[in-house]
Design a protein around this ligand. Structure first.
Ligand SMILES: Nc1ncnc2c1ncn2[C@@H]1O[C@H](COP(=O)(O)OP(=O)(O)OP(=O)(O)O)[C@@H](O)[C@H]1O
Length: 611
């Protein structure tokens, strides 16, 4: 997957040697400091200030040499770290490209993962610096002690070694805890996102308490993990105290014993310098660096490994696109109906429509958003013959969009059966659903329009553009190849793009769920007429009553009952339809006139008169 340090040592021994060499030069001051301090102290005490100052000069020179060694040291480090980074980047890009061939391109992957690669690179470089710094500084200090006063090692080595052993044991615990913390964070994020998305359903089912308890449990687990991580952090401080201050206290306590055995004050001062300026900072950096950056590196590498190329190469999907459980630019996210049995289908059927069967058949369909929620649709029967143009009207909240979702297969009935062209709904080759919220993506207008009809030629696109009235936007963008910024489009323009896309799609059934709500009445009329003239079946969840007037048939949803028929028929037979139309008739006319005296711009979903 990527080069380990051992691989690099084999492949680039020169770089590793250079790193070791310059690390040795960088650590030279650690070796020289103790001796220079010892000699300088002894020199001053013996009344030889010139010699003492000379040793102080040596100390200064060693410091300068150590500082100068850092420049080539970093160059040697880069020669080791950059190939490691290249390996990671290559893996990430290969993974993203391979996934894009599966038909589910993860466009955020490269940006996201290269960020993780940078974290891994920095952590790896930091870890190498820490490890080599510890090794060379400790070696320099111990060598200095050995040459200055070997007996001192008796007091320095035992606490240092004990601290290192304890730290190694703690590191394993820290890594396990850090991983658990990270996974817990992910669990918590997933849980809260799921709760936020489904809060409407949860409230509808009276499930707030249960949700609160479930989320609370994950939060408590996470808090317990964070507390235990903090306790391990305190243990780390104890280990540092043992390995850093232990040798210092022991050397101080042993000083009289050493002096009795002939060690001068300079030797004691030199030994203390080794402990204070060599061993203690080295241990400190090791514990902090490995405990922080090392764990981060391990986690980042794990995430990158997970994002690697999929096991087997996959081919692009056949066109038209196979159904995907993720929302497409014409398919709104699936509704979240009752947990069971009303789950959205994860793999819609791909069989061809059955010739001669109606475009839509609903048989005894009941749907509710939760097991204890009131049914939105109850025992609904409906047949929409092939080639029909049906408008669905009814008061706000009566279930018009729910019906559209059931027909499109993004919601599944709690009881009853829905068929589209004789097949279970949900196959994007059989139907296209345009919701109120238009899904338009950043890219060229051509790509947006061709999303559901990849083979569409420019003549077909021009026809769709003309049919829905998109020419002004095409002109503004400089042609079909013009790039679109979805954020810069007006809501009406975005709807027109989504509508033109649906117009181009080969799907024989089009469901418009208030898909023209941001258009003015004239533009809406043009769109509906265009779709009505398009071969296939049209179902319009009406936003204005004029949609009902244009349709061949109207379905009036009325909670417990639903009636359908022509406009005149319904005026005569449906009190609710009469109420709806009467309501708008009495509204001040706001747009085009109509032969029936109905204001065609009036909304169809105003609340029913509560009489
Ligand atoms: N995801 C959901 N979770 C829970 N309840 C929902 C959900 N979606 C809709 N409802 C409820 O179901 C009922 C029917 O909603 P629907 O959107 O189908 O009605 P509508 O007739 O299309 O309304 P409008 O014309 O206002 O869009 C409403 O009471 C609504 O609050």
């Amino acid at each position: 997957m990527y080069r380990t340090f051992a691989d690099t040592a084999r492949q680039r021994p020169g770089a590793v040697l250079r790193l070791a060499l310059w690390s040795a030069v960088g650590a030279a001051p650690t070796f020289v400091f103790g001796h220079a301090v010892a000699r300088a102290v002894d020199g001053f005490l013996a009344g030889r200030p010139a010699a003492a100052c000379g040793w102080l000069g040596v100390l200064l020179l060693a410091g300068v040499a150590g500082a100068l060694a850092f420049r080539p040291l970093y160059a040697a480090l880069a020669a080791i770290v950059e190939p490691f980074r290249d390996d990671l980047v290559e893996r990430v890009v290969r993974g993203a490209l391979a996934r894009s061939l599966t038909g589910r391109p993860d466009t955020g992957a490269v940006a996201r993962l290269t960020h993780q690669v940078e974290i891994a690179r920095d952590s790896y470089a930091g870890l190498l610096m820490v490890a080599r710094g510890f090794l060379f500084s400790t070696a320099g200090a111990l060598l200095g002690l050995l040459t200055l006063a070997p007996a001192m090692l008796l007091f320095v080595l035992p606490p240092l070694l004990l601290a290192l052993v304890l730290f190694a044991a703690l590191l394993a615990l820290l890594a396990a805890r850090q991983r658990a913390l990270l996974l817990g964070e992910e669990r918590l994020a997933e849980r809260t996102a799921a709760v936020a998305e489904g809060v409407r359903d949860a409230v509808a089912c009276g499930g707030e308490e249960r949700l609160r308890a479930e989320v609370g449990e994950v939060v408590d687990e996470q808090a317990a993990l964070a507390r235990s991580m903090a306790r391990l952090g305190a243990l780390r401080a104890l280990i540092l105290a043992l390995g850093g201050w232990g040798p210092l206290l022991l050397v101080l306590a042993a000083a009289p014993w050493l002096v009795e055995r002939g060690a001068g004050p300079g030797t004691v001062a030199g030994a203390l310098t080794y402990v204070m300026h060599g061993l203690r900072p080295a241990l400190n950096t090791l514990v902090q660096g490995v405990g922080g950056g090392g764990l981060r590196l391990a986690v980042a590498l794990e995430r990158i490994a997970e994002s690697g190329p999929p096991p087997a190469p996959a081919l692009p999907p056949a066109l038209p696109p196979t159904p995907s459980p993720t929302p497409s630019p014409t398919q709104p996210p699936a509704l979240s109906p009752a947990p069971s049995p009303a789950l959205p289908p994860t793999r819609p059927p791909t069989a061809d429509p059955i010739p001669g069967r109606p475009a839509v058949e609903l048989c005894g369909v009941t749907f509710s958003y939760g097991p204890r929620a009131r049914a939105v649709l109850k025992d609904l029967d409906l047949v929409v013959p092939e080639g029909d143009h049906l408008a669905v009207v009814g008061p706000s909240g009566i279930g018009k969009s729910t019906l559209a979702a059931l027909v499109a297969g993004t919601a599944v009935p709690s009881a009853g059966r829905v068929l589209v062209h004789g097949r279970p709904p949900g196959d994007p080759r059989h139907r296209v659903l345009i919701p109120q919220q238009a899904y338009v993506f950043g890219g060229s207008l051509h790509d947006n329009l061709g999303y559901l009809a990849p083979g569409a030629d420019s003549a077909a696109m021009a026809r769709a553009v003309d049919a829905v009235g998109l020419a002004a936007l095409v002109k503004r963008l400089g042609g079909l190849g013009g790039m679109m910024d979805p954020g810069a489009l007006s809501a009406g323009e975005a709807q027109l793009v989504a509508l033109a896309r649906a117009f181009l799609s080969p799907a024989p059934l089009v469901v418009l769920d208030e898909a023209t709500c941001h258009l003015d009445p004239a533009a809406e009329a043009r769109v509906e007429r265009a779709f009505a003239a398009r071969p296939g079946t049209l179902v319009v969840i009406a936003h204005r009553i004029s949609s009902a007037l244009r349709a061949r048939r109207v379905l009036v949803l009325d909670g417990s009952a639903a009636v359908s028929g022509g406009h005149e028929e319904l005026l005569a037979g449906s009190p609710l339809y009469r109420d709806l139309v009467g309501h708008w008739r009495s509204e001040p006319a706001g747009g085009l006139g109509d032969p029936d005296g109905v204001d065609p711009v009036a909304r169809t979903d105003l609340p029913v008169d509560p009489r």
